[in-house]
Design a binder for this molecule. Structure first.
Ligand code: FE2
Length: 133
């Protein structure tokens, strides 16, 4: 299972698009480790690596939204908060169960969320930001 970046997910803001691509890469590496049933330590490390990057990325979007007074800032931030909550739940699930299959299924949910979020909410923000930049 691979998750592929597609051009129709581009927001038009270079820094944000580059980070989205990096997120896809990191999720893909995690997927790969899960499907190959790699050890708990390795999967845990990859999750931490992904988590750290998600935070960096959300901070970047927050920076742009604040800089240009984006009117939908608060609902957008709520989505990010929900994502982090789901991610931490998934991480906990793995730490307590070590069920790679469960993790893979939950992982799919996160990917679906990400694609939905980028495709709708982030692209909408991108249109706004591009006009202001
Ligand atoms: Fe976003």
């Amino acid at each position: 299972m691979t998750i592929e970046w597609k051009d129709n997910l581009a927001t038009g803001v270079n820094e944000i698009d580059a980070q989205h691509k990096e997120l896809f890469k990191r999720i893909d590496v995690l997927f790969e480790a899960c499907s190959k049933r790699k050890g708990r330590a390795e999967v845990s490390n990859l999750m931490n690596f992904l988590e750290e990057y998600v935070v960096v990325h959300f901070d970047t979007e927050e920076k742009y939204m604040t800089m240009f007074n984006y009117p939908e800032y608060s609902s957008h931030m709520d989505e990010h908060t929900n994502f982090i909550t789901d991610f931490l739940y998934l991480k906990k699930q793995f730490e307590t169960s070590n069920e790679h299959l469960t993790l893979l299924k939950l992982n799919m949910k996160l990917v679906d969320w990400l694609i939905q979020h980028i495709g709708k909410v982030d692209k909408k923000m991108g249109v706004f930001l591009k006009n202001k930049m």
